[in-house]
Design a protein around this ligand. Structure first.
Ligand code: ADP
Ligand code: MG
Length: 291
């Protein structure tokens, strides 16, 4: 049977926008050693906007953006949606359906258009050497300011780089510092590049970060953190975070996240407010005292 103090803590949480799916999660929250947080959509708003498009000089900028947006319109990734919006706002042409298409979570998308092989995604997806074939100085500069870079290659040749900027949530810095004050070690996990990760980690004030994570790498890091810090929470919003949410002692999903994340999580932040995590920790400590 459920203890009155537990029940009271759960209903108290619900009133404050924290959905807790059972007393055991509050018990775990009360002695957290570390908390891992995803970047895109968790520390940041997850609504990136295109900041700049750098197209190779011999190519037609509009053609490239039109092709890229037609491919990305079949992906649900926030970066894909931003590229589609940018194209719709700047080009007066209907998007089309590529001959073939493949979404590769954590990497990007590939497609065939008129027999040409397109690849759109992170540097390692088009190949590091290909990614650095032009405008690499400019790309480094944009990434070190926190922009995410999406590379477009056609038949193995780099054609364009799109820089997108996602903003850190207003409450992130204060929420992270609150957790640190509670003695909890904070770590950012992201699939984004080292440079971009470094800039966002600094702005968010997390203790530590791991970049270039694949969904399975996030799981590995959570396992490592568990052996080091004993009791670990993971906060995320995407399909790619679900395995890590399930691996953590406490999985926390952003309310605005994808269904898989919401279903896998033990706790849901209904208003996407990171400050609620520290509140939930306090709630769990008070509950434990009563019990
Ligand atoms: P995060 O962990 O930050 O939420 P993801 O694991 O979803 O990031 O993606 C990692 C990287 O892969 C992105 O930063 C981007 O460079 C690339 N990527 C993934 N999906 C797409 C896509 N649909 N279009 C362009 N790039 C993508
Ligand atoms: Mg995310």
């Amino acid at each position: 049977s459920i203890m009155p103090a537990t029940l009271s803590a759960i209903s108290n949480g619900a009133r404050h926008g924290i959905l807790i799916k059972g007393g055991v999660h509050l018990e775990n929250l009360s002695h957290l050693g570390a908390i891992a947080l995803d970047k895109t959509g968790t520390l940041t708003k997850g609504k990136p906007e295109v900041l700049e498009v750098v197209v190779r000089e011999d190519l037609d900028k509009e053609e490239i953006i039109w092709g890229a947006a037609s491919i990305e319109s079949h992906s649900t990734h926030p970066l894909a949606q931003a590229i589609v919006k940018y194209a719709k706002d700047s080009i007066d042409k209907e998007l089309f359906y590529p001959e073939s298409l493949e979404d590769v979570p954590g990497w990007g998308v590939t497609a065939v258009i008129q027999g040409n092989q397109w690849k759109i995604g992170k540097a390692a997806f088009v190949g590091k050497e290909v990614a650095d074939s032009f405008a690499s100085g400019k790309a480094k500069e944009l990434a070190s300011k926190g922009s995410t870079l999406v590379y477009i290659a056609i038949n193995g040749e780099l054609c364009a780089i799109i820089a997108l900027k996602d903003v850190v949530r207003e409450e992130t810095k204060a929420a992270i510092n609150q957790l640190k004050k509670q003695g909890i070690h904070t770590i950012m996990l992201t699939g984004d590049s080292e440079k971009t990760a470094k800039a966002i980690a600094k702005e968010s004030q997390v203790d530590e970060y791991f970049a270039e994570c694949l969904p399975e790498t996030k799981v590995e890091y959570v396992k490592q953190l568990k052996s080091k810090y004993n009791n670990v929470a993971m906060v995320g919003d995407g399909i790619n975070d679900a395995p890590a949410l399930a691996t953590a002692n406490v999985g926390i999903a952003m309310g605005g996240g994808t269904d898989v994340a919401l279903e896998t999580a033990d706790i849901v932040l209904m208003k996407n407010d990171l400050a609620r995590i520290a509140e939930a920790v306090n709630l769990s400590k008070r509950m434990n005292k009563i019990i």
